[in-house]
Design a protein around this ligand. Structure first.
Ligand code: FES
Ligand SMILES: [Fe+2]
Length: 360
């Protein structure tokens, strides 16, 4: 499967991995089981016993190890088999499962599934989700039955909010937005500025604008390969950003398979935002409704039409709003090519070393 592997992906919310329990999820086409060691640190192992291929999450935790449910082999958090209860108890060398580099950061469990060393300092910064920053946060999850790049295009090109989310997140005048595209390091920023438009429902709710016009912005960042951070809000026409009336939208995609995606989303309101419990509930419901009942069916239908065809072979018509998504797709292709080239290089180096050893 063509996924960039040497990168950080969000496996799940940190709260999904509960002490004393196992949590199983397919990521980038691989089945993975997560659990916490006695000291609370998260471990991720391939979710398949090498004996008769039973998912390890069907077994049980024994201290910091997993015991397979079928014949009782035990695997420690490095993936090594540490107990064979049968015969002389000898442990075959092949009795091990893959273990993955993981990190718990910004209330999420991050996983690095490639063979290259995990770059722990490259985990994207979602500090706004850390409660210590004073942002008010809400969290959600959806499974999307489509390839993650289709969902990524939906997030990077927010011109669709005028149509698909009309009245909720969008309003008719947004279609005339000024769009500025920037490449910042390896990120793509797609900023839309919409002066003097009718206020979309979600901001009428947050900003108590009573239907009066606003200036609005949606500044979306793509952090490769599949993380997004949106800064969006409104203020009075000609005014300036205030302490409220805006929020960060956190949108994080992780491929499950070629045609399904884990979608973790959250919102972080700036410190001092005063929302009544009813307004807060409406805000959460409205966002979830937009993603689940409006975006998801659209992406699902798109994936069904595309099927197994190559996206570019279908010759999609390109509009001005596609500049961001096209650059994102190209950047992902480049990452895949670079990763393949590095793997070939490593193989060649191993062969040279092996040759030298044989000749020595
Ligand atoms: S399948 Fe796991 S021990 Fe046999
Ligand atoms: Fe949308």
């Amino acid at each position: 499967m063509a996924f960039v592997k040497n990168a950080w992906y969000v496996a799940c919310w940190a709260t999904d991995v509960k002490p004393g329990e196992m949590f199983a999820r397919q990521l980038l086409g691989e089945k993975v089981v997560f659990y916490r060691k006695a000291n609370g640190e998260v471990t991720a192992l391939q979710d398949r016993c090498p004996h008769r291929f039973i998912p390890l999450h069907m077994g049980k935790l024994v201290g910091d190890a997993i015991e397979c449910a079928y014949h009782g082999l035990q695997f420690d958090c490095s993936g090594k088999c540490v107990k064979n209860p049968h015969g002389d108890g000898k442990i075959p060398a092949a009795a091990r499962v893959k273990s993955y580099a993981v990190a718990e950061k910004h209330r999420m469990i991050w996983i690095w599934m490639g063979d290259e060393p995990a770059a722990f300092d490259a985990i994207p910064d979602y500090g706004v989700l850390d409660s210590t920053d004073g942002f008010q946060t809400s969290f959600g999850y959806l499974q999307i039955p489509s390839n993650y790049e289709l969902m990524g295009e939906n997030l990077l090109d927010l011109s669709h909010i005028t149509y698909l989310h009309d009245g909720y997140l969008g309003s008719p005048e947004q279609v005339g937005a000024d769009q500025v595209l920037k490449e910042v390091g390896n990120e793509i920023h797609c900023n839309r500025w919409m002066p003097n438009i009718s206020v979309p429902g979600i901001f009428d709710l947050l900003y108590k604008q009573d239907g009066k016009p606003v200036d609005m912005w949606t500044n979306m960042r793509w952090i490769p390969p599949s993380c997004f951070l949106l800064d969006t809000g409104v203020h009075s026409p000609g005014g300036e950003r205030e302490g409220y009336g805006w929020y960060y939208g956190i949108h994080i995609l992780t491929p499950e398979t070629e045609k399904s995606t884990h979608y973790h989303f959250a919102a972080a309101m700036p410190p001092g935002t005063q929302l009544s419990p009813e307004t807060d509930e409406k805000f959460r419901t409205l966002r979830r409704y937009a993603f689940e009942m409006q975006d998801r069916p659209m992406i699902d239908a798109q994936q069904a039409e595309i099927g197994d065809n190559d996206f570019w072979d279908m010759k999609p018509v390109l509009l001005s709003v596609d500049a961001g998504p096209v650059r994102m797709r190209r950047a992902i292709q480049k990452m895949l090519q670079d990763e393949a080239a590095r793997a070939t290089q490593r193989k060649a180096e191993v062969n040279v070393t092996a040759g030298q050893t044989v000749n020595a």
